[in-house]
Write a new protein. Structure first.
Length: 132
C-alpha cells in the first residue's frame, strides 16, 4: 500500500506516468515478472509508446495496469495516484465534484474514478492491487 503523501511528495516521487507505471509494476510483481512464453522470471524493459513492458528474451508484453482499476484508462496515472492519495486519507471526505475541480476532468470520469477507488477501499483491498 502506498504511504501517506503530501501533494508535493507525490509529485516528487511520481512526476510522470512512467514513474507511476514502474511503481505499479514493482507493487504487483514483487518477485519479478513471470514470462508466460519463456516459462520463467525474466528481465523486462518499458515500451515507450504503451503502458507495457516487454520480455528481454522473447518480446512478450506485460501490462501492469491489466486487471486493476487502471485497466484501459486514458486518464494519466499521475491523476489516478493523486486521487487515490486524497481518498486514502481517512480524515478527508472527498466528493466527486472536488475530484472534478482539482483534476480538471469531466464529471463522468471523476464519478467513475471515485466509485472504482471507493469500492476497493470499502472492500478493504489495496486500490493498486490486481482484481481477482
Amino acid at each position: 500500500m502506498m504511504r501517506k503523501y503530501t501533494a508535493r511528495q507525490l509529485m516528487e516521487d511520481f512526476p510522470d506516468d512512467a514513474a507511476c507505471l514502474a511503481w505499479l509494476l514493482a507493487f504487483n510483481y514483487p518477485e519479478g515478472i513471470f514470462c508466460k512464453k519463456c516459462q520463467k522470471i525474466t528481465p523486462h524493459y518499458p515500451i515507450r509508446s504503451r503502458r507495457s513492458y516487454s520480455c528481454q528474451f522473447c518480446g512478450h508484453h506485460v501490462h501492469p495496469t491489466a486487471n486493476t482499476i487502471f485497466h484501459r484508462t486514458t486518464t494519466p496515472l499521475t491523476t489516478w495516484f493523486y486521487v487515490i492519495g486524497l481518498m486514502m486519507d481517512k480524515h478527508c471526505k472527498v466528493s466527486i465534484r472536488q475530484i472534478q475541480r482539482e483534476t480538471g476532468m469531466v464529471y463522468k470520469t471523476a464519478r467513475r474514478m471515485y466509485h472504482l477507488i471507493r469500492s476497493k477501499l470499502e472492500a478493504g483491498t489495496d486500490p493498486f492491487g490486481r482484481m481477482e
